[in-house]
Design a protein around this ligand. Structure first.
Ligand code: GCB
Length: 621
């Protein structure tokens, strides 16, 4: 494959969104910790804008409480009104900026890792940016604002609104109920069609960072190899200088320079290249070198690997790859969807214990810090955008589609250089049988392919194989099913029949490889029965076992993966089918294993031994 011509196509958006990294030309100030916080409980939720709360210290316009960042605000207090709050909340933090930062020749950028869902940001009372979408970063250059305020004081105010509409991603609706005989006055609820709690707030780190005036704005790297030669083709975009000198070097893991080049684009050739391999497929998985760009020094971890899809296989570095992994959520006690390092490392340790080689970012892009861990540990990722719960026909209109395209722009721009990302998922379980779904998904997937011609594109379906209007455009069929759970509850004996039929139907119609992208059963940890009954540990084991028997037959043909729903229990909205959240985890929300985890662990290590290139010592006992 000609990587440099693919690169020309892969130019995304007009500016980059490189992860902030310190270097000899860049400094970072993390703004994690306690922020001032107030929810706007006024009837129209608009008092903060009417009274311009951003103009002075938040404490001057009313009471404030401590709010940790990053975290969802919902579970931090004992106030049910804040847990279920809908509307604007206000965060504020004051920082002192080093005087060198406001000197000529330096850019200062304020970056928010993610804020759910809509945000407006002010610095010293001056609006610097707005952003729609809850799971992707946004940033603005603020040095001019800081210069107007000698002394280095920098007051950052961020208003965040979690309201979802038919045009947001994910979509939702706001329902006003005016019935004084049954509901309190001014009664409003948020309805959604997705199965996780709509946590909100500043979920990922907020930071200030500097760059020189002439700076590396974006880097795109595409890789391939032929025999023992790794080819890494790059494009560097530099802003702030008409004729930048660009020097690019590639270092191996030990920091030795293995290739270099000059100019804003080029190809680096590495002899005896170490390829990036998935966990359990090679004795040295997740191999990353580092590409560095001068004069503004930016170092990007890079892995050399290829991805291809055939009628029956998923090929990684030309070898068949079988996804044995999990679906996850960003979710935990107290912090909700807030990035949490101990939790992240624990989760990766559990993935490795399990013998999982992959996960899907159900149902929204995960923190960049998580993607970097996946790169380093060789965990393969299906990268999903927040297109979940698209069930209403009004969410297939132009406004929705153009926002969905913009979100894919942002996602590809952010994650294009991650070796771990092997496929884009544009949606989960949309109403793909509706008439407008054909045009919608055709456009969305063609757009995604034009942004990144090197990775396959899919969406996850639970529609009928014969009526699904998006499936013709995917590279890999990803199907969710819950036989013996939502259908024929309690009847394990239907699984072999229905699962076999599911696979035959999809493959028969499309001749494309298939991933079982979800399957599972709820377990309240500690519940036991024999014979197995729904919600017990035994029943989850039996569901898994029955699915696995069919996978084992079909993976010899065209099934290329299985992702359990779910890695861990997670919080949902309150409904009669959820017992303090979704309990389909093989781990509890606190990451304690249920019986199903041990069963899966045995299976995944066995699969790794069969399909991988494990050195003897790494075998599961
Ligand atoms: C699904 C959804 C997922 C749910 C899961 C369930 O099909 O994709 O978001 O949580 O089923 O447990 O119902």
């Amino acid at each position: 494959r000609d990587v440099s011509s693919a690169l020309l196509l892969a130019n995304v958006g007009d500016s980059g969104m490189l992860f902030p990294r310190e270097s000899s030309s860049r400094e970072i100030k993390e703004l994690n910790g306690l922020w001032n916080f107030r929810a706007d409980h006024s009837l129209n939720r608009n008092l903060g804008f009417e009274q311009a709360w951003y103009k002075s210290r938040l404490a001057e316009s009313g009471p404030v409480i401590d709010m940790p960042v990053p975290a969802s605000y919902n579970d931090i207090t004992q106030d049910p009104r804040l847990r279920d709050f809908i509307g604007w909340v206000w965060y504020e933090r004051e920082v002192l900026v080093p005087s060198g930062w406001v000197s000529e020749g330096t850019r200062v950028v304020l970056r928010v890792g993610s804020a759910h869902y809509y945000s407006v940001v002010w610095v010293n009372g001056i609006k610097v940016m707005e952003h729609e979408g809850g799971h992707l970063p946004f940033e603005a250059e603020i040095v001019e604002v800081l210069r107007n305020n000698p002394g280095g004081a920098c007051r950052i105010t961020i208003a965040v609104n979690n309201t979802l509409t038919l045009q947001t991603l994910p979509p939702g609706t706001i329902q006003h109920i005016d019935d004084p005989t049954r509901y309190p006055a001014d009664y409003v609820v948020q309805n959604t069609n997705f199965d996780f709690f709509n946590y909100a707030g500043l979920h990922r780190p907020v930071m200030l960072y500097t760059t020189p005036k002439a700076y590396v704005d974006d880097i795109t790297v595409l890789t391939t190899f032929a025999d023992n030669i790794g080819l890494l083709s790059y494009q560097v975009s530099v802003l702030g200088s008409p004729n930048p000198t660009v020097t690019v070097t590639l270092s191996d893991k030990g920091g030795r320079c293995v290739a270099s080049s000059t100019g804003p684009s080029g190809v680096l050739k590495v002899t005896d290249a170490n390829l990036w391999w998935p966990y359990l497929m090679h004795e040295n998985p997740g191999y990353l070198g580092e590409g560095s760009v001068y004069e503004d020094v930016y170092a990007l971890p890079v892995g050399i690997r290829t991805v291809q899809v055939t009628n029956t296989q998923f090929l990684l570095n030309n070898k068949p790859f079988y996804f044995h992994g999990v679906n996850k959520h960003e979710d935990a006690d107290i912090r909700g969807k807030g990035l949490d390092w101990p939790l992240m490392v624990k989760d990766f340790n559990l993935l490795k214990w399990l013998g999982a080689n992959s996960f899907r970012t159900s149902h929204y892009p995960y923190a960049e810090e998580i993607m970097q861990m996946a790169d380093r540990h060789g965990i393969v990722v299906i990268d999903e955008c927040p297109g979940v719960g698209i069930k209403d026909i009004r969410s297939f209109g132009n406004a929705s589609l153009s926002h969905h395209l913009a979100v894919m722009d942002e996602l590809v721009r952010r994650d294009k250089n991650h070796a771990s990302v092997v496929m884009w998922s544009v949606a989960n379980e949309p109403a793909a049988e509706m008439p407008p779904a054909g045009f919608y998904f055709k456009t969305l997937m063609a757009h995604t392919k034009s942004l990144d011609p090197t990775r396959p594109v899919t969406f996850i379906t639970d529609s009928n194989f014969a009526r699904d209007k998006g499936a013709p455009y995917v590279d890999v069929i990803c199907v969710n099913s819950y036989f013996s759970w939502y259908h024929d509850p309690g009847h394990l004996e239907v699984i072999p029949f229905q699962l076999n039929t599911q696979f035959e139907n999809w493959y028969g119609k499309y001749q494309k490889p298939i991933i079982q992208s979800e399957y599972g059963a709820d377990v309240v940890p500690g519940l036991h029965t024999d014979p197995p009954m729904m919600f017990t540990e035994e029943y989850q084991k039996m569901v898994l076992q029955n699915y696995h028997d069919v996978f084992d037959r079909k993976r010899k043909e065209y099934v290329i993966g299985e992702l359990i729903w779910n890695f861990a229990d997670f919080m949902t909205a309150q409904t009669v089918t959820r017992v303090v959240g979704n309990k389909k985890g093989i781990f509890s929300r606190q990451r304690h294993p249920k019986a199903g985890a041990f069963l899966l662990r045995e299976r995944y290590w066995r699969l790794a031994n069969e399909t991988g290139l494990l050195p003897v010592g790494a075998k599961y006992p």
